[in-house]
Structure formats: structure tokens, C-alpha cells
Design a protein around this ligand. Structure first.
Ligand code: UDP
Length: 238
């Protein structure tokens, strides 16, 4: 891609909660727009972008099953929630002039394309943002696992995990003043110390394929583009 960054193809993972703003639930269109602009500014560099968006702002399988719902059904509901978030993001991106495809792991042909690996690669080559929705299509997984799976399949150079904090800490920096941030941390240390990055299956899948995970804050304006250029604070899991 451009001289500003060494990356040519990346995957951005955000949680569903990143789209709810201060509402505590659901979608907040101005927040969706703010994040879409972050994506556009990286797309403007010529970087090929995959996205995976969670569904926790609408429904989580574990929460449903904790309240007595059958687990797999609850998980399918969670996967459907991610499709709503993906559609919201697609619509904002296209409003901003960024061509985009929502690609789902569960067929719903009237709504979005089914996942066909080679077709998705072609979209990326044509500089369309690919938003991978419906997770892996399987219950008992998360969108973190889906992000790691798709990043591997699409040969992304790294996963960028946009969060509320600017990296990986030894404990929650919003609750502990003396929390320490790691510049670099190994997959194994993340697993052993149960550091809050992604769930264990996702970390293991990244480790086994040498896929770096870069954790950064999505609250900084221009943050995503800065991180791609190696500026700002972030942590690398490698
Ligand atoms: N989910 C699933 N399989 C997948 C991805 C997601 O069953 O491959 C379900 C699961 O119930 C999960 C929900 O979809 O709770 C929403 O995804 P996630 O919790 O990862 O969203 P986030 O926390 O990132 O917003």
C-alpha cells in the first residue's frame, strides 16, 4: 500500500458494544459513522480492509443461555445480531463513498453474500471493504474466533483489535491506577495470565498461524490510521 504504512491487508475487529455509543444497548448511528470514517481514512491509503463486528450490543449467546435459553439457539441469535451491525456499517461506509460487501457465514441471500473465500479475496483486490458477518456460522464460537479465522483465510498481515483502551494491560486500567501496559506480549503469556485480549480459542488460532494481534484504542480520532503508520500507543500480541 502507501508509503505511510507497511500494511497492505488487515482485519479490523471491533465489538458490537463499540457501536452503541453511550446508549447501553443497540446501534448509535453517529458512533457507527465515526468508526466508518476511521475505516475510510485507512482505506484512502490503499490498504485492503476486512472487518469483523461483534454482536454484544444486541445479543450474546452466553447471556441468553445464562437466563435459561437453549445455548445453540441463543448463539444463532447472537450471530444474527452481528449481521445487523454489519449492515449498519456497510451503509455508513457506502454513504462515505467506500464500496463494501457484507459477507455472511449463514446464508441469507436477500440480505448479503454468502461466504466464498475466493470471491471475498477478489473483493479485497478491488478495494472493497469486506465485512464478515454471522461469525464462523457455528455456535460455541465468538466473533474473536471468527476474526482470527477470516484474517488467516484472507492472508491478512495482522488483526487490529479496536477497544476502549490503548493496549493490553496486566489488569483493567479503568479500575486500577497501577495497571501496566505491555508493548509486546506473547500469545502464551496472554493465555497463561488470562489477559483480556480475545478469548482463548482465538488467541490459540492466531498463535498457531503467527498472526499478530494489535490492540489499540478506537476512541482516539485518527487512531486506526495512526496505528497502521506505527504511531500512538498500542500493544502487539505476537
Ligand atoms: N457467535 C457464535 N458463533 C460465532 C460468532 C458469534 O455463536 O462464530 C454468537 C455468540 O453467541 C456471541 C454472539 O454471537 O455471544 C455475539 O458475538 P460476540 O459475543 O463475539 O460479540 P462482541 O462481544 O464482540 O460484541
Amino acid at each position: 500500500a502507501a508509503a505511510e504504512t507497511k500494511y497492505s491487508r488487515v482485519l479490523l475487529k471491533i465489538s458490537g458494544e463499540a457501536l452503541m455509543g453511550d446508549q447501553g444497548y443497540g446501534l448509535h448511528p453517529p458512533t457507527v459513522e465515526r468508526i466508518a470514517k476511521e475505516v475510510k481514512s485507512v482505506h484512502d491509503l490503499g490498504v485492503e480492509i476486512c472487518m469483523v463486528i461483534g454482536g454484544g450490543n444486541i445479543f450474546r449467546g452466553l447471556a441468553g443461555s445464562a437466563q435459561g435459553m437453549e445455548r445453540t439457539t441463543a448463539d444463532y441469535m447472537g450471530m444474527l445480531a452481528t449481521v445487523m451491525n454489519a449492515l449498519a456499517m456497510q451503509s455508513k461506509l457506502e454513504e462515505l463513498g467506500v464500496y463494501c460487501r457484507v459477507i455472511t457465514a449463514i446464508r441469507m441471500d436477500e440480505v448479503a453474500e454468502p461466504y466464498i473465500r475466493r470471491r471475498a479475496v477478489r473483493h479485497l483486490e478491488k478495494k472493497r471493504v469486506c465485512i464478515f458477518a454471522a461469525g464462523t456460522g457455528n455456535p460455541y464460537f465468538t466473533t474473536d474466533t471468527a476474526a482470527t479465522l477470516r484474517a488467516n483465510e484472507m492472508n491478512c498481515e495482522a488483526i487490529f483489535k479496536g477497544t476502549k483502551v490503548d493496549g493490553v494491560y496486566d489488569c483493567d486500567p479503568r479500575k486500577n491506577d497501577d495497571a501496566r501496559r505491555y508493548d509486546r506480549v506473547s500469545y502464551d503469556e496472554v493465555l497463561q495470565k488470562h489477559l483480556n485480549v480475545m478469548d482463548a480459542s482465538a488467541i490459540a488460532l492466531a498463535r498457531d498461524n503467527n498472526l499478530p494481534i494489535i490492540v489499540f484504542s478506537l476512541d482516539e480520532p485518527g487512531g486506526f490510521r495512526g496505528i497502521l503508520a506505527g504511531k500512538g500507543t498500542y500493544s502487539i500480541v505476537h
